[in-house]
Ligand binder design. Sequence first.
Ligand code: ATP
Length: 334
Amino acid sequence: ESDASPWAGDEERVVESALRPHSLAEFVGQPKVARQLDLVLEGAKRRGRPPDHVLLSGPPGLGKTSLALIIGSELGTSVKITSGPAIERSGDLAAMLSNLAEGDVLFIDEIHRIARPAEELLYMAMEDFRVDVVVGKGPGATAIPLEISPFTLVGATTRAGLLTGPLRDRFGFVGQMEFYSTEDLQSVLRRSADLLGVAIDTAGSAEIASRSRGTPRIANRLLRRVRDYAEVRADGRITEPVARAALALYDVDELGLDRLDREVLHALVVKFNGGPVGVATLAVAVGEEPHTVEEVCEPFLVRAGLLARTPRGRVATEAAWAHLGLPVPEGLWL
Ligand code: ATP
């Protein structure tokens, strides 16, 4: 969970999994990835063989975990879930792999953060469904080859470019997840509101969708906060004025930037005079990990036209000053 939004608690996560789509038909948006994946799965089903390994890349909260679970349910197999940082020793991975049943899906979230020895073990497992288990130490150590059942690896990463070449090459299909359109987010919201048993009108869902940063996870989270407001301060129905009032209360601005996004933007504009500044320096200025700033905040700030990545560092665009309500300095180089 690398989403930097301020209100992701355990309870929220339980609700989140209740809102997950369970089939490709229920999965809203991502027309390209969904169509491609549908074909990959259909082909595999006809041949009666597990499909090629699948890599899903894109910013957090766009539905990579949901898609991995859907792959399992479409194939009628079970999905084992782990993550790159959780695999500390290659022995752990070998044990996980040898416990897979034929056709199982192994989902590795944040696969770009897997340790190198485990990654090397994964190469052979992906290619030949075999792992070498090393027994003993030093000169007496022997590698015992171990057969594993044919399985499908589904890896998730924020950017395919973060993977080493050899690992990336072993995936037969790479799905690039895109931010969702406002219309698609409205569909996600309608479906979630139904599941939560709350009434929402079109203008209400449009208001929430346009502040959700193109991300279903954020849309669902905002929906739950707006629902609280609708039930406590209004008649329980989510309309545009209710959504507006609730989102103002929770400090979500018109573009949907949250506290961390605004801090990053503010530091870039005020502390560093609009840049260029390196991402590591920018991260220190807001007290965050560089990879959080880079993988969580920046993709949306870039998409919103507020920040640009240049070879010399990050720079703010004119729109960034305007968004913060500050006068654009003269002679801004962009
Ligand atoms: P992370 O990278 O942080 O693991 P993720 O990309 O795997 O995030 P998910 O956990 O799959 O994202 O999705 C987050 C939530 O968003 C889910 O609980 C689900 O309710 C909702 N969601 C995501 N995609 C869709 C979709 N296409 N249709 C409906 N709901 C969706």
